[in-house]
Write a protein that binds this ligand. Structure first.
Ligand code: F6R
Length: 242
């Protein structure tokens, strides 16, 4: 596990974008696993800048996103589909047909999740998976549990996650209660993993997840078992690292 310390959010974003850019340069037709949330927004901004400057070509890149709310149409500005188009896909030369997210409008969870695993398999797996870190240690929407969920599945969101995400909705009542997410097994099959973390409010969970015991009660702790994980975090997020 490599940890890169950045002075602040901007530097974290620049360093993370450089890791992703290196992947795209080394393998122009790579499969990027992407995340939403507030942490990667600056990273996506940096990637857009590099693309605009002619330094980074997304024309052969394929992407699969980690997760999507169940029940939100793709036109809803809180859907992860909308987020990805707003922050990255519509601003770089990635081909829309090469971008993939679980379809939250599909009612049949088992079918949609199995199909999504098949999409990832048919692309040859994820070369580099970008992850944010939830306050309770969740990655994707894999919440603390008694066991690690392996494949893409439908989850009931925990109260703490609904609470954390309500800032994006008119009220907590509007936050969807379920989501489709890659499983821990899906995430762990990625060849490389890049975690971005920022802010003092993440300092406790960073210490627990990456320096504590590996346990499904802290889902991100499983990343300690992956052989190619890079964490790019700002000083505040690393302030409680032992
Ligand atoms: C997003 C995702 C989530 C977030 C996590 C951190 O696709 O899967 O696990 O990465 O909730 O969110 P932020 O970055 O908003 O703190």
């Amino acid at each position: 596990m490599k940890i890169y310390k950045a002075a602040d959010y901007n530097e974290m974003s620049r360093k993370a974008a450089n890791v992703i850019a290196a992947q795209v340069i080394m393998k122009p037709d790579c499969v990027l696993g992407l995340a939403t949330g507030s942490t990667p927004i600056g990273t996506y901004e940096q990637l857009v800048e590099k693309n605009k400057a002619g330094e980074l070509d997304f024309s052969e890149v394929k992407s699969v996103n980690l997760d999507e709310y169940k029940g939100l149409p793709r036109t809803n500005d809180q859907s992860y589909y909308y987020f990805m188009h707003e922050h990255l896909f519509d601003k770089v030369n990635i081909k829309p047909e090469n971008t993939h997210l679980p379809d939250g409008t599909k009612e049949d969870s088992a079918k949609e999740c199995a199909q999504y695993e098949e999409v990832i398999r048919s692309l040859g797996g994820v070369d580099l998976q970008l992850l944010g870190l939830g306050h309770n240690g969740h990655i994707g929407f894999n919440e603390p549990a008694d066991a690690f969920d392996k494949e893409t599945h439908c989850v009931d969101l925990q109260e703490s996650t609904i609470e954390a995400n309500k800032r994006f909705f008119a009220s907590a009542d509007d936050v969807p209660r379920q989501a489709y997410t890659m499983g821990i097994g899906t995430i762990m099959r990625a060849k490389k993993i890049l975690v971005v973390v920022s802010g003092e409010d993440k300092a406790d969970i960073v210490a627990k997840a990456f320096f504590g015991p590996v346990t499904p009660s802290v889902p991100a702790s499983i990343l300690q078992m992956h052989n190619d994980v890079t964490i790019v975090a700002d000083a505040a997020a690393l302030s409680k690292v032992p």
